[in-house]
Design a protein around this ligand. Structure first.
Ligand code: PRP
Length: 183
């Protein structure tokens, strides 16, 4: 889905597909360099991270493995509930592995903060985070994001994996959702 297909639903375009692709390519190069010879385990957080995972992993030139977790935080609304619950756990053991958590967005940081503590308790060799986007003004928990695509404003954004009520995930690029759509 292109920006033009839903332009009436957006109050602004924050990032084009090209801008996002270029930044993800840079992150992939950094990860290639940092994890050379380590075969990291990319842990994608469903569902939003699907796009970042697909692009990042294919742009990487080193071997990696992928696994997925599903964690509840928002439901279908627009505000963080603070409730964090594992809906789907990893299929693989992470003992001794170099874990790279792949997220679409860090908002309050509650999800990642919980997840990092949870994964740390499973004795991996290392844990780092790669996120497409971060809303610094919304942070409630400090989380280190080693590989960050973009800091963005606190507006409700959709696209590139981010949804509103299940829609817009397949939008290329990132846009601010017009409040009329959800009010
Ligand atoms: C989003 C996003 C992160 C989380 C970040 O997931 O993918 O996992 O919220 O928010 P936080 O920093 O405030 O914890 P969401 O629960 O919307 O699920 P989804 O990825 O399936 O859309």
């Amino acid at each position: 889905m292109n920006i033009d297909d839903v332009s009436g639903d957006l109050s602004a375009v924050l990032l084009t597909e090209e801008q996002i692709t270029a930044r993800i390519a840079q992150l992939a190069s950094e990860i290639d360099r940092d994890y050379n010879g380590l075969q990291p385990l990319l842990v994608g957080i469903l569902s939003g991270a699907v796009m970042v995972m697909a692009d990042l992993s294919r742009m990487m030139r080193i071997h990696c493995e992928m696994d997925w977790m599903a964690i509840s935080s928002y439901g279908s609304g627009v505000a963080s509930s603070g409730v964090v619950r594992i809906l789907k756990d990893l299929n693989t053991s992470v003992v001794g592995r170099h874990i790279l958590i792949v997220e679409d967005i860090v908002d309050t940081g509650l999800t990642l903060s919980y997840l990092i503590e949870n994964l740390k308790s499973r004795n991996p060799a290392s844990i780092e985070v790669c996120a497409g986007f971060r809303k610094p003004d919304r942070a409630r928990k400090e989380v280190k994001v080693k590989y960050l695509g973009f800091d963005i404003p606190s507006d409700f954004v959709v696209g590139y994996g981010l949804d509103y009520a299940g829609r817009y995930r397949n939008l290329r690029g990132l846009g601010i959702l017009n409040p009329a759509v959800y009010s």
